[in-house]
Design a protein around this ligand. Sequence first.
Ligand code: TMP
Ligand code: ZN
Length: 401
Amino acid sequence: MTCRICGSSTETILDLGSSPPANSLLASPTDYARPFPLVLEHCGRCQNLQLRDCLTAADLYRDYLYVTPDSPQLQAHYELLLRALTAERYVEPTSFVLEIGSNVGMFLRYLQPRVRKVLGIDPAANICRMATDSGIDTICDFFEPRSAELIENAHGKPSIIVARHCLAHNPDPHLLISAAASLLTDAAYLVIENAYALNTVQQNEFDQVYHEHMFYFSIQSMSALLGFHGLHLVNALLAPVHGGSIVFVAKRRCAGDYAVPAVEALLRRERASLTPHVFSQFRSATESIRASLRSLVHGLVADGKLIYTYGATAKGNTLLNYTGLTHEQIPLCADSTPVKQGKYLPQSLIRVVPEQEALATPPDYFLLTAWNYRDEIIAKVRQSGTVRSRFIVPVPHVEVV
Ligand code: TMP
Ligand code: ZN
């Protein structure tokens, strides 16, 4: 296949079979969601990792179910992120912040009292309504050159554009970057946050591979992508959210620009770590997690134990469908998102219920399909008085805690 960043040919490094789009939860267990392949490829030229088969953004985002959870971990992340961006003066009290893929406006709500102006843009109509209702001015559209021009005409050019966990959600990343570049003045910054390929691969996070994640960015692939649009990387910060994320800070290439030394250090580590040997370890670890999880769950069920999953996450669907676990072993999934409750996970047909309902009949084990919120979920379950449930953590290795 062809690299969608640089056009070179790619090689397959992981094949997870087929799964329906992860956020296509079903209204009824007799509904059908069509599976599509989940195959990860690597480009040896720009070090891009990409999904081989992409669905169109219009297919994925017409009616969207991901609502940013109100999580202490995410709030702490917003605080740290703003502190880091402020320290470098990428953000100032006079800034106009445009956020792409702003979802229900959780991050902008945090920024609003701290900057001059915030504006969001998100393609999902149901999600935009929730943002607007909460007081965050949000445009319902895809961010591309056409909508960027409308934004400039109506609001002027932003001082900073933020795109958190959304650049990988479109088969053509050049579209978003070229639109952002068209809005950037020489003094403005583009901040892109994404799961970091190095964490995905080194921590065996194969379940991060789902149809919305069409790219797994590294410093190398991001630099290649930015270079096509006259932009370059000036900083990169690591953050623990979503299993290990990276925050790229880019700007229009200008005389006198320099990248902070941290970028070079991260790059050296990355070059030593994203190697064919590491990809092959990633593949064997993935297969071994599948085998251990299957045997653990089947063994527990045979012993009469009750298991629920915690978090109707996109990665949970990859995990369940790749391991072949279904409602036959795991009857319920607890999740705090009202739009997911009462629905069924695609293919595994596990029914999603509110957390309180799951905690009212606590199982012997929760399979943590939202392992990125591991500590806060365990604390929440303990606080509910449910002391007997144990937790199965699937990555980086299957572990019972
Ligand atoms: P994410 O890992 O993609 O952010 O998805 C997290 C999912 O887990 C989301 O559907 C909300 C759910 N969740 C809970 O049900 N309870 C919680 O305490 C947290 C933090 C998340
Ligand atoms: Zn490439």
